[in-house]
Design a protein around this ligand. Structure first.
Ligand SMILES: Cc1cc2nc3c(=O)[nH]c(=O)nc-3n(C[C@H](O)[C@H](O)[C@H](O)COP(=O)(O)O)c2cc1C
Length: 186
């Protein structure tokens, strides 16, 4: 028997990401974002509270940012970036990073997957700006690639988050493959 628990956003868990920006004063800043999504096949969405003023202003001004998946080795640092304000604290040293073609999208050296993204659109909902991003370059640790050059998500092992109980969850192993539904018998 199901129970109606009201108008509760139940679409969790979602991947934890670290968004990297370059602030107006030239400092790199990292903030943690778990409200993310896939928009058609080639774009992604990050939902950022306007209260994160310095980061939000940097995204609007630069039009570029990075989005990294987080593995368990990065998790404590990622959580720190999600509870510390860049306006008051210098978070530029939290993750070793360098810059690539987009110049103001810090590429986290040890992230399993880091996407250098360009902002292509934005949608305001309440106090949040939902940025639609095109990943222009995707950097993957070599050991997290299959022989065919695809991202191996068992190896990348991205951490998930759910907001109801504020918990982090691990991802698991491959259970089946797409099109197993051909076995379905009505
Ligand atoms: C696990 C986790 C997930 C978060 N997800 C979001 C999110 O999706 N959107 C958002 O605006 N803030 C999110 N936050 C909060 C920001 O990361 C946090 O307020 C951060 O301090 C903002 O940094 P800044 O002030 O340097 O921009 C999350 C924090 C944590 C710990």
């Amino acid at each position: 028997m199901q129970k109606d628990i009201g108008s509760v956003m139940g679409l969790y868990p979602t991947p934890v990401t670290v968004v990297g920006v370059v602030l107006k004063d030239g400092r790199t800043n990292f903030l943690t974002i778990a409200h993310v999504g896939v928009v058609e096949h080639g774009h992604l969405l990050v939902s950022i509270d306007k209260a994160h003023e310095v980061s939000d202003a940097a995204i609007k001004e630069n039009g570029v940012l990075s989005v990294s998946l987080v593995d368990q080795k990065m998790l404590t640092a990622a959580d720190y970036c999600g509870i510390t304000k860049g306006a008051a604290t210098d978070k530029s040293g939290v993750f070793a990073h360098h810059f690539g073609e987009l110049e103001k999208a810090p590429i986290i050296d040890d992230a399993p997957v880091c996407m250098e993204c360009r902002v292509v659109d934005s949608i305001e909902v309440g106090n949040f700006t939902n940025y639609i991003l095109k990943p222009e370059h995707t950097f993957v640790q070599e050991e997290c690639l299959t022989e065919q050059g695809k991202i191996d998500y068992e190896k990348a092992s991205p951490v998930l988050f759910e907001f109801q109980s504020a918990q982090y969850l691990s991802t698991g192993s491959v259970i089946r493959y797409w099109q197993m539904g051909k076995e379905y018998k009505a």
